[in-house]
Ligand binder design. Sequence first.
Ligand code: ADP
Ligand code: MG
Length: 272
Amino acid sequence: MAEHDRLQTSGSATAPAGSEIIISTTNLHKTYDTGEVQVHALRGIDFQVYSGEMVAVMGPSGSGKTTLLNCLSGIDEPTEGEVLIREQALYKMRDNSRTDFRAQNMGFIFQTFNLLPVLTVVENVELPALVAGVKPGEARKRALHWVEALGLADQTGKRPAEISGGQQQRVAIARSLVNDPAIIWCDEPTGNLDSENQKQVMDVLCGLNRDHGQTFVLVTHSEEVGERAHRIVRMRDGLIAQECGVTSTDDGVELDCDDEPDSVAADADSGR
Ligand SMILES: Nc1ncnc2c1ncn2[C@@H]1O[C@H](COP(=O)(O)OP(=O)(O)O)[C@@H](O)[C@H]1O
Ligand SMILES: [Mg+2]
């Protein structure tokens, strides 16, 4: 069952009542120049996300999902096009300002957790707060709050290697929340987890979205994960090939999609 009520009914997103666009880009391009070949990873992406929305980005390997996330989140500068976050042009900022802006407004969750092995659970969680200039006592207080909220109170002093994969991802979720960001970017957040841990992590993310109103853009290969978002955006060859609104029904979920190219359907069927 999808956690969410319907936010939109068609491929083009409809604003939830009172909601504003928080992420916006038009004609976004990214070309990697490897010296020998040019890879057109993004070939003109138009994409908007409403505040409080959870959007799943799906599509075959190599279709540009990670590149899109990286360009939208200020990790990787696009070749053409601008990204507006809260109406601020990300790539017009100086590097220092963009770093500060990202620390204040964005959290990140990755497939491989990206925890620092020498730090304890609570030290990993408080790190982004310390980097953002929060005083150590306050950073520790915030970190402990989220560690407890994510059911990790007994693991506070352990190192990542001493806890399970599911627990490590919950540490990474706590870390992404410590600066109370408006947007959380997730790249295959359940890609390394078994189905039980996948469900637990998605319960946590959907709960945060519902109760704290964070906006999520979540790359996933899993239809099950995608169907818990408000909207699924399917990429193919550096373009958005299809958008689907997700509606929760008594029997499960219903997808309301714009025209689906056959090739995208084939990819979805093959489980890629
Ligand atoms: N740093 C890079 N240098 C060169 N090519 C890259 C780089 N990162 C990604 N690519 C290429 O860009 C395309 C999109 O990659 P990516 O965004 O990682 O796709 P996905 O996340 O959907 O699997 C692929 O063809 C990939 O090989
Ligand atoms: Mg990827």
